[in-house]
Design a protein around this ligand. Structure first.
Ligand code: SF4
Length: 440
């Protein structure tokens, strides 16, 4: 068999796509390797959410281009969001690339691979995806405990800073029957956690024309499946979190009490500029509703520092929101202008780089502060965790696990294995993780 090396940049959706690419190619004579130097086919699955990620993709292509000079038979491919958005530039900047395919073209791979093996330069980018039953294609999952299931792809929101609607297209949900079948197979294979994925996961079903197809009802159906496993879902759009969804999370014992709800800014004017369809007050209301309902729930978020026209006072509102909402963790980034987006054209309102990065540093500092505070809340409590990994040092085994509420918990024990659910009493809190000991 030939060897395939895939490098994945970006979000969980990309990681899930790479598992699907490896699965499809495994049925066409390609076995995955971790060593790019021995690969016959190198594929980079790219992200264009920030300029830095796009630059990383081109720099990796440059390295592989040099490798190809010594080994002209290797084939180089690029897929994902940069490929979808930037195909003309790729040909100019990296003419040695053999295969360019878009986010909607993964299922054409068997055909595309045949063509590059015949020394053709191939580019396949579609804007109108052909919907296929993904259960017809093999998936090689990287993790042995958690399995991702994309349930909806694309986004209709058009936040002014975001390229996703341009790279992933409009929302397309998979049918519940197809998702349930994939979940059943995953559980049979022994996975202990299912993460439902979507750029805007709460929009699930809206495009299918049946009011009963919702994320809440999908969770209820998945919860009925037999087996010892748990369910997560990401990423939520604040104003799309319905009372019914909160009820479903509450009713379903297998669904983790964890919400990832990007706020992006703590200031309503900036939220409007971002075309986020909620105000600061509405976001506060959602968080308060969730906190009132669930005891050990965690709520995480995303924030952008230095969005065009953001004043110091408006940025301060973001810091205050993180504090007041007691957010448990946030992903942070400095604003990065993206081609095609509305905010990318607000050039006269761009914040100088030094100010943007100084705000990002303060945002990170605030994040560290609230994370530690959030972790300290769990000291003395018992959390049910799922063991995800193991490290051994000087005869001591440390198990690395994740609680239902997504907190990372380490504990020493030689009684448990990867994939076990364990009750752990938390004894110590640090900024990014908790420590504990197993209890009955
Ligand atoms: S909701 Fe906004 S930020 Fe999220 S994927 Fe859609 S356009 Fe992008």
């Amino acid at each position: 068999m030939k060897k395939l090396y895939i490098q994945t940049l970006g979000c969980q959706m990309n990681k899930s796509d790479s598992e699907r690419i490896a699965g499809i190619l495994s049925e066409h004579n390609y076995i995955e390797t971790d060593n790019e130097k021995e690969a016959d086919l190198l594929i980079i699955n790219t992200c264009s959410i920030r300029q830095l990620s796009a630059d990383k993709a081109y720099s990796q292509l440059g390295v592989w281009g040099k490798m190809k000079k010594n080994r002209p038979n290797i084939k180089i491919g690029i897929c994902g969001c940069v490929a979808q958005q930037d195909k003309a530039n790729i040909r100019k900047r990296a003419p040695y690339v053999d295969l360019i395919f878009g986010t909607h073209n993964i299922y054409e791979l068997p055909e595309l691979i045949k063509r590059i093996e015949n020394d053709e330069k191939v580019c396949s980018i579609t804007n109108n995806p052909v919907i296929k039953d993904q259960n017809d294609f093999k998936i090689i999952r990287k993790d042995s405990v958690n399995a991702w299931i994309p349930i909806i792809e694309g986004c209709n929101k058009f936040c002014t800073y975001c390229v996703v609607p341009f790279t992933r297209g409009r929302e397309r949900s998979r049918f519940p029957k197809e998702i349930l079948k994939e979940a059943q197979n995953i559980i049979k294979e022994g996975f202990k956690e299912i993460t439902l994925l979507g750029q805007n996961v709460d929009s699930y079903g809206k495009d299918l024309g049946d009011k009963d197809i919702t994320l809440a009802n999908l969770l209820r159906e998945l919860n009925k499946l037999e087996g010892d496993f748990r369910i997560r879902f990401v990423t939520s759009y604040p104003s799309d979190i319905t009372d019914d969804l909160i009820d479903a999370v509450d009713e379903c014992e297998k669904v983790c009490k964890y919400f990832h709800i990007p706020m992006q800014s703590g200031n309503s004017r900036i939220l409007k500029e971002m075309n986020r369809r909620y105000t600061k007050e509405q976001y506060y209301e959602i968080v308060s509703k969730i906190r009132k309902r669930f005891e050990n729930v965690t709520i995480t978020s995303d924030f952008i520092a230095g969005f065009p026209s953001e004043t110091e006072e408006e940025f301060q509102d973001t810091l205050d929101a993180i504090d007041e909402l007691e957010l448990d963790y946030s992903n942070t980034a400095a604003y990065s202008p993206r081609e095609f987006t509305k905010a990318g054209r607000m050039v006269d309102k761009f914040i100088p780089e030094n100010i943007k990065y100084e705000r990002l540093e303060r945002l990170n500092e605030k994040n560290r502060e609230v994370c530690l505070k959030s972790n300290e809340k769990f000291t003395g409590k018992v959390l049910k965790v799922l063991v995800e990994g193991k490290t051994e040092k000087e005869g001591k085994i440390t198990l690395n696990s994740r609680a239902d509420n997504n907190k990372i918990v380490h504990f020493e024990s030689n009684q448990y294995n990867i994939g076990d659910f364990v009750n752990v009493k938390i004894t110590k809190a640090q900024t990014w993780c908790l420590y504990g000991e197993p209890v009955e």
